[in-house]
Write a protein that binds this ligand. Structure first.
Ligand code: CU
Length: 284
């Protein structure tokens, strides 16, 4: 940088340089983030809710990109241009006080971004049942005939009950493709959390609570299930793989599971929206 040490020397127009660099960087970075980075952010594409969350993440980081670009440009510009020269005194720049344009832009732009995201986020949460558990009386109900599946957590596994299939209980979660599912998440003992990553579902599993979460499956694929609430010694081993399968394959699987289930059905507790700890089982 060519500069004279006299304070009266003409300064380049720093603001214009920063703004030009910011606009150029933003014009390059924002489409790249929206097209490539956003869609790569979890949870992915296994359900309508998961796709919705990925879209929401994309919207948010796309809005954030110009802001981050401004910070980066200003940071790099300040580091390279506003350096104390060797031997020179350390002098502060002129203070920026009562600059109404800067104040108006700062408050105005921040308010617009925050209020827009609050409105957008609320709409997105209510649109398709969000995939997070909404408790026993959901605000955002997904209308229509949903296929009910009860998720029962206990130390340290999940089991799954299908009330429309005679209370069939299985150790693996299998769901039909392209179906509206109503998950009823509960627990037999401690507080757990049912987290089906690629479905975009994460719902607390509390004893005595029927926590409803909605998910609309897409095509056939497998997905990961983890307990997401520290629930005791083997919490870290409380994971599972679920499957979304075509309707015909689902029917065949149900038939096969019902044959297995038939022999133990008489020992099963009656289907209920919630259960309470079984002292016998816990003692064992
Ligand atoms: Cu757990």
């Amino acid at each position: 940088m060519s500069s004279s040490s006299t304070p009266t020397a003409a300064q380049p127009n720093h603001a214009r340089r920063v703004i030009v660099a910011w606009i150029v960087l933003s014009l390059i970075a924002t489409p790249l983030v929206a097209i490539f980075l956003g869609p790569a952010i979890p949870p992915g594409n296994a359900s309508v809710q998961a796709s919705g969350q990925t879209t929401d993440n994309t919207v948010m980081i796309t809005i954030l990109t110009p802001i981050i670009c401004l910070l980066l440009v200003f940071f790099v510009y300040a580091l390279s241009q506003f350096r104390k020269e060797r031997g020179a005194d350390l002098v502060d720049g002129p203070p920026l006080r009562n600059h109404s344009t800067v104040q108006f832009l700062w408050v105005g732009v921040s308010a617009v971004i925050v209020l827009f995201l609050a409105g957008f986020g609320t709409y997105e949460l209510l649109k398709d049942g969000s995939g997070g558990g909404q408790g026993p009386a959901p605000i955002a109900k997904v209308s229509g005939n949903n296929f009910q599946v009860q998720v029962i957590a206990q130390q340290w596994e999940f089991t799954y009950r299908y009330p429309s299939l005679g209370g069939l209980e299985t150790s693996q979660l299998v769901l039909p493709a392209d179906t509206n599912i109503e998950l009823h998440v509960t627990s037999l003992d401690a507080t757990h959390s049912f987290w089906a990553l690629q479905l975009g579902v994460k719902a607390d599993a509390n004893p005595g609570v029927d926590n409803v979460a909605y998910v609309q499956t897409k095509g056939a694929r497998s997905f990961d299930i983890h307990c997401a609430e520290l629930c005791g010694l083997w919490h870290g081993y409380m994971f599972d793989t679920g499957e979304i399968v075509p309707a015909s394959q689902f029917a065949a699987w149900v038939k096969q599971q019902q044959q297995v289930f038939a022999s133990v059905a008489k020992y099963m507790p009656k289907y209920s929206t919630v259960y309470f700890p079984d002292p016998q089982r816990r003692a064992g």
